[in-house]
Design a protein around this ligand. Structure first.
Ligand code: GLN
Ligand code: ZN
Length: 767
């Protein structure tokens, strides 16, 4: 192997694992079904790694990442690498490491999987390590060393990637049976020798550098946690038998951790310079830079799909040159969070596809920037000219600048985002209009998405069914769902959302300014991939999106049917967003489009309209300093979408994915008349939190945990209701499940709704 030049290189932290046609998903699912052998799965994986490395090396990446590949999740891979297998999975892992690995990820008939949760503020989910005072770590370098050897055997210079010890411990939770206040970070002394061994093995296998990913350093950290970071780098740095260490931080600015990193006895530091993380530039200068170190400058946004502003990045890079020994160019984070190749989006307007950069295009941007930095901007003049033209085409396009949308946003006032009357007056008007019993019963929107419904959608896509035939099938479903709900005795009905493929995509497909991709798959978790729609331009609503369905359902019954919409914040959270204007501006445009839908629903007779915001909590910025501004535009966007109605029209919202503590005031700021929340698993905790915060409006804490096929008994649901009543007075308490029912089957749905209605009756009788 030759030694690399010490001037600006192009590098990537990690690459999408899926393969161009999601080959990995297919192979893994085949292995689960028994149609693909373990050997064949390993062969597919090796081939995909080989293709990725060849592509990266071919594009000019001089040091390819290894170990970023995963059969399911890189945090689970770290759990395996440090030997922290939960005792309940031990035997399975020992008997067959591959089968045991998937058992930890997905569970088996008898053994529960690891819990899964969101990876920082991305839409990727990792498997939460379970640690306790009895955890014994042992180094298992097989995967890390194996993939390094594989890349080297193919002739690549390679940099193994490991999740760093600080982030690993901070992402862990106490194992089942361990005291809830156990802090995994207290295991650091035990974990460090295992990392030392992994580093030594990687060095022996030929690694010159190793990348330790420490995204936990971009969150607010306590002084004690920063001390732990200092200790980690001091101890690993002091090892003699190790590769050079690069500590990669990403997803935001490093803040107070920057001092720790600057002083750490490691050879390289990776920092994010995109979006709010651009603050790293001034912060880095303030700590005196990284003298003697290699700086990896994440100037290309690794989480979004837009082309880079190359000239602006070169400006950042030029400033950074004076702040470190050597500056390399990278994306802000692993390219795992973007799709593979924008060139495959043949169905898009060619003008628009030139604005897009997926993993492959981002890799090219990185190599172009590195060349410009190394050899002078003259050598990339053609690239810069093309980039300038593409940026200008985007900025000047009628898609990104719709004068009507802009005029409307400008004319919007703070008063538009406020209901005309305060809640008490609205509540009285709604009570008079709706005439509901105490403890009214309802559901969250969707009813089971049966095979018949999915087949109808597939048939429509494939042309086997025409629009009229599809509509007919959906209407049949709506009729059945309405009749069922009347019989079951629910008070406020829903149409069941059978026509919706997905709660964001359904609206994205109907809003102008939104784009869909053909191949824009990104990993959500394991073998689940999603294709987020793209907020590309100014948003408007050419025609009503849900009104016909509402009208059809409401005509079938005398009871109120809810209008059901997805809120502006969730529309942004589960899409790729614009990077050419503040998020709040995009949210406001979406909110105005939804406002039209809300008022049209009202005009069509809807007395109850629910605007779901399950993602309000998950988009919360990583740094607490950024949260007030976010919550400000987020709650304003919600109110803007819902404030155009009369006092006697009842606005509901819905949120799930628990942990509402951090957004209590924001929930109040939404000013929704009724909020339904996930609560069954936490025994109505959120009702008590809301009551404690003085929440004045109506609340429906879920009494049925819909994440499990388990049917709650009426006694159990009634007990939860009474727990709810201890916090919220009967005049303001609703009875509903935790979330929509689309993932449930009909038998458990029927039985559970019977319990829920029965529980409401039981508890009403006690009032
Ligand atoms: N209305 C949606 C449904 O019932 C809400 C889904 C969600 O909160 N994730 O399916
Ligand atoms: Zn929900």
């Amino acid at each position: 192997m030759t030694t690399s030049s010490t001037t600006a290189q192009a590098t990537v932290y990690g690459y999408p694992r899926q393969g161009p046609n999601r080959e990995l998903k297919k192979a893994i699912e085949g292995y689960w079904k028994g149609t693909v052998s373990a050997a064949a799965l390993h062969a597919t994986a090796a081939e995909l790694r080989c293709t990725n490395w060849r592509r990266l090396a071919g594009a000019g990446i001089t040091e390819v990442p290894t170990g970023d590949f995963s059969f399911y999740d890189h945090v689970l891979d770290t759990t395996v690498a440090v030997g922290a297998i939960p005792p309940r999975h031990r035997a399975a892992v020992d008997a067959d490491p591959l089968a045991g690995y998937f058992a930890m990820a997905r569970g088996t008939q008898d053994v529960a999987p690891l819990e899964m949760t969101k990876w920082f503020d991305t839409n990727y989910h990792y498997l939460v390590p379970e640690l306790g005072p009895d955890t014994v770590f042992t180094a298992n370098p097989a995967k890390a060393v194996g993939e390094l050897r594989e890349a080297r055997a193919l002739g690549h210079r390679a940099r193994p990637v490991l999740l760093g010890p600080l982030t690993y411990l901070l992402l862990a939770k106490p194992a089942p049976g361990v005291a809830a206040d156990f802090q995994p970070i207290t295991l650091l002394d035990r974990l460090l020798p295992v990392y030392a061994q992994l580093l030594a093995e990687l060095k022996a296998a030929g690694a010159e550098w190793v990348q330790l990913d420490e995204p936990a350093l971009v969150q607010d950290r306590t002084p004690a946690e920063l001390n732990s970071a200092t200790r980690i780098f001091r101890e690993l740095g002091a090892l003699t038998d190790r590769p050079s260490i690069l500590v990669a931080t990403y997803f935001d600015r490093a803040g107070e951790a920057l001092k720790v990193l600057a002083k750490a006895p490691v050879e390289g530091v990776g920092l994010d310079f995109t979006g709010p993380a651009a603050a790293n530039l001034d912060d880095l200068a303030a700590v005196g830079g990284l003298p003697g170190k290699r700086l990896i400058a994440g100037v290309v946004d690794g989480r979004n799909i837009w082309i880079n502003n190359l000239e602006q990045s070169l400006g950042t890079l030029a400033t950074l040159l004076g702040l470190a020994e050597r500056v390399d160019v990278a994306a802000s984070c692993s390219l795992l969070h973007v799709p593979l190749d924008a060139d495959r989006e043949r169905d898009l307007d060619p003008q628009i596809s030139r604005w897009l950069a997926f993993a492959r295009q981002k890799t090219e941007e990185i190599t172009v920037l590195a060349r410009g930095l190394r050899e002078g901007t003259d050598t990339i003049a053609a690239d810069l000219a093309a980039n300038r033209a593409d940026l200008a085409s985007r900025a000047g396009s009628a898609i990104t600048r719709d004068p009507a949308v802009r005029a409307r946003v400008t004319a919007t006032t703070a008063a538009d985002a406020r209901r005309d009357q305060a809640y008490p007056a609205r509540a009285a008007a709604q009570r008079a209009r709706l005439g509901l019993p105490l403890l009214p019963t309802t559901t969250i929107g969707s009813f089971p998405q049966t095979t018949e419904l999915r087949t109808a959608r597939a048939d429509l896509r494939a042309g086997r069914l025409d629009q009229a035939g599809y509509r007919e099938r959906m209407e049949t479903e709506v009729r059945e769902v309405i009749t069922y709900q009347e019989k079951a005795g629910l008070d406020v009905l829903v149409h069941g959302e059978p026509e919706r493929n997905d709660m964001v995509q359904y609206f994205a497909e109907q809003l102008t300014g939104y784009l869909a991709t053909q191949h824009g798959w990104v990993q959500s978790y394991g073998t689940r991939y999603v294709r987020p729609p793209v907020l590309a331009g100014d948003i408007s609503r050419p025609t009503p999106m849900t009104v016909d369905w509402f009208r059809y359902a409401q005509d079938l019954t005398d009871r109120p049917v809810k209008g059901l919409l997805t809120g502006p914040v969730t529309m942004l959270a589960w899409s790729f967003v614009r990077d050419d204007q503040p998020l709040g501006d995009t949210a406001r445009q979406v909110a105005l489009a939804l406002r039209d839908e809300v008022t049209d629903l009202e005009a069509a007779g809807a007395a109850v309209i629910q605007v779901d915001e399950p993602a309000l909590r998950e988009t919360l910025p990583l740094r607490s300093a950024d949260r007030p501004a976010y919550l400000d535009w987020a709650t304003e966007a919600f109110r803007l979408s819902t404030s155009g109605v009369r006092a006697d029209t009842q606005i509901h919202t819905h949120m799930c994915y628990a942990e509402f503590g951090a957004i209590m005031t924001a929930i109040d700021e939404l000013d929704a008349d009724v909020i339904s929340l996930e609560a069954a698993r936490s025994h109505m905790e959120v009702a008590h939190e809301l009551a404690g915060a003085g929440y004045p409006r109506e609340v429906g804490p879920g009494v049925w945990d819909i994440h499990s096929p388990r049917v709650p008994s009426s006694t159990e649901a009634a007990a939860l209701l009474r727990a709810g009543l201890a916090a919220i007075p009967a005049e303001r308490l609703w009875v509903n499940p935790d979330c929509g029912l689309k993932t449930r089957g009909w038998p458990e749905t029927r039985a559970s709704i019977d319990s829920l209605v029965e529980a409401a009756k039981l508890v009403r009788a006690e009032l």
